[in-house]
Design a protein around this ligand. Sequence first.
Ligand code: FEO
Length: 179
Amino acid sequence: MLITKKVEKALNEHLELEMNAVYSYLSVASWCEREGLEGSAKFFFKQSAEENTHFMKFFSYINEVGGHALVPALKAPKYEFKSIAEAVEMALGHEQKVTKAIYKIITLSKSEGDHATEDFLRFFVDEQKEEEVQFKRILDKIKLIGGGPQSLYYIDKEFDKLSATTSGKKKKDKGAEAE
Ligand code: FEO
């Protein structure tokens, strides 16, 4: 096995966080759709799909290096939100948690002399930075323009534009994977 038992355990624990993101963003997307926020729903459906690719990268990596990837048990996500701001705040909080968890596994990999895992996690350091910045910017914008009906229309359009950008980034990631 290329990774140590400690790293294998940490990576398996991390699977839960990635799959929680898949579920949470899917749940936000569903809430947005019900609220008539189509652009926001599109954005969160894409975020959920992107988190699923993260989950699969971790999952495949664990087995690739001789560990045993374990499908995590999950709690149901939050289904209702008071506002789009609350949903975005939840997403930002989750991404901050994921970033911290990834940094911890990098520290562990270094102490275990596991360069392969350290290298594998580099992609996620960049990814987390992008996601945190993105959610923070959205939240700042929502706070700035407020949550009235006209503001909501504008916010939804912004999410729609962002979902197009996100798919562009995914294409770039896929290209990098094929290299
Ligand atoms: Fe894959 Fe954004 O956590």
